[in-house]
Design a protein around this ligand. Sequence first.
Ligand code: SF4
Length: 232
Amino acid sequence: MTNDGQNAVLKEKHARDVIRWAIETFGSRIAVASSFSMEDIAVIDMAVQVDKNIRVFAIDTGRLNEETYECAEAVRRRYNLIIEWVFPRTERVESLVRERGLYSFRSSIDARRECCAIRKVEPLTRALLGLRAWITGMRREQGVTRSALEKVETDSSHGGILKINPLADWSQDEVNAYTSERDLPVNRLHGRGYASIGCAPCTRAINSGEDVRAGRWWWEDPEHKECGLHGR
Ligand code: SF4
């Protein structure tokens, strides 16, 4: 079936039904990507209910907040999961920081993309090797770069495997309600006004009324606010 056809079938389905369909379709060749945001933990919670051995991977860029590690540990313990942490290539990070310093990403969009390419995109490519699909916690409301997000998409940056976004049509209120109903672990950064979880030096709390992704690379224009994990 085409993605359009599959999206038509899944349009009115609850996220847990989308996840069930994806896991039953791709078996051991699907995994959940997690940055330990509320959305990602909701997705993990639903996926574990379908398959307690679901693969979950996370990228440790080397610049994550302490709160994110604590949250990851809470998730690991709650579900007895083996979180597949993926790290950037040591030699590439060493070259980056020796040649350009620790904050090169603040100097230009290209420099920021270089850092994201080394710390996020290359590890993601390794994490996806051998998979036929991956599941994210992305939502359309998360900004202009995600407004056309579909529940099933082809990830042309990673060999044409499928990217499944079961929360694509969820609002923040729905995420909050699911988190509360299931008493899920919550990254403490959310309680400090962080709508989005990312690297510590590139993510800040947002003010009331600001776009959900306003706290990511706040020195850049909104249309540039993707790191390469989900296209630009
Ligand atoms: Fe580097 Fe910032 Fe991208 Fe993290 S979000 S990889 S620190 S540029």
